[in-house]
Design a protein around this ligand. Structure first.
Ligand code: NHR
Ligand code: GAR
Length: 225
């Protein structure tokens, strides 16, 4: 009688780039520790030595590197050092998780289709910084976060998933940010899972493909549904 040998695919190696608190990193760590996770976190890189996210990674036994952008003459020189670190783990996917450095077109093209970002707005609305303040200022009733493929143009890559929240009449930026963050922690691990399972890709036409079909608009998860 021959034993049945189950063949397991290698989990996808994920590299996560952070600058701060790392709560999205934590959500990815938690997801990666589930027995059925199709991805594992191979490396966490921070451009800031004091990022709390580094401690979260260390607590989970994940290798970390700090690479400050200070002391590099150019963005390209910084990114060459970043690539040296990344090449040591040869990630199948890079996740920007609160990473606060704009990346050059060359770096982005090198990792095109293999780099995701989570941005705290319903893109294409509110690219850039201070999104929660701007949403309240504009009097919008809906806000949220977007996972997208990173392209050279800032916060403009093809969207994959959005988590939506209602804006309350008495919201301040901090309270609104906290509710958006809850949705971020749902949608980022889900997008990473889809990618690792081979369900999600950036098509050669520049559009997101899910299960082989081009996505005309992101998949939406509504916190109030
Ligand atoms: N790079 C490219 N090419 N494309 C994107 O879509 C990127 C990117 C790098 C980071 C995250 C992004 C966000 O989701 C991101 C997306 C930093 C800044 C910024 O102004 C803006 C957007 C994002 C990240 N950074 C300043 C800089 O000079 C520094 C600000 C600081 O250190 O506090 O790099 O919002
Ligand atoms: C998140 O809200 C993320 O969407 C946002 O920063 C926060 C990081 O939180 N990203 C950006 O603004 C990118 N410019 P975290 O460190 O706790 O994951």
């Amino acid at each position: 009688m021959s034993a049945v040998i189950e063949s397991h695919q290698q989990p996808l190696r994920l590299a996560v780039l952070i600058s701060g608190s790392g709560s999205n990193l934590q959500a990815l760590i938690d997801a990666s520790q589930r027995a059925d996770s199709p991805f594992e976190i191979a490396l966490v890189i921070s451009n800031r030595a004091d990022a709390l996210g580094l401690e979260r990674a260390q607590r989970a036994g994940i290798p970390t590197q700090t690479l400050s952008h200070r002391g590099f003459e150019t963005r390209a020189a910084y990114e060459a050092a970043l690539n040296d670190l990344l090449d040591q783990v040869a990630p199948g996917l890079i996740a920007l998780a609160g990473f606060m450095r704009i990346l050059t077109a060359e770096f982005v093209e090198h990792w095109q289709g293999r780099m995701l970002n989570i941005h705290p707005s319903l893109l294409p609305s509110y690219p850039g910084l201070h999104t929660h303040e701007r949403v309240i200022e504009a009097g919008d009733s809906v806000h949220g976060a977007t996972v997208h493929f990173v392209t050279a143009e800032l916060d403009s890559g093809p969207a994959i998933l959005q988590g939506r929240v209602r804006v309350l009449s008495d919201d301040d930026p901090a309270r609104l940010a906290a509710r958006v963050l809850e949705q971020e922690h749902r949608i980022y691990p889900l997008a990473a899972r889809w990618f690792a399972e081979g369900r999600l890709a950036l098509g050669s036409d520049g559009r997101t493909k899910l299960d082989g079909e081009p996505l005309d608009s992101p998949v939406i998860i509504d916190a109030n549904a």
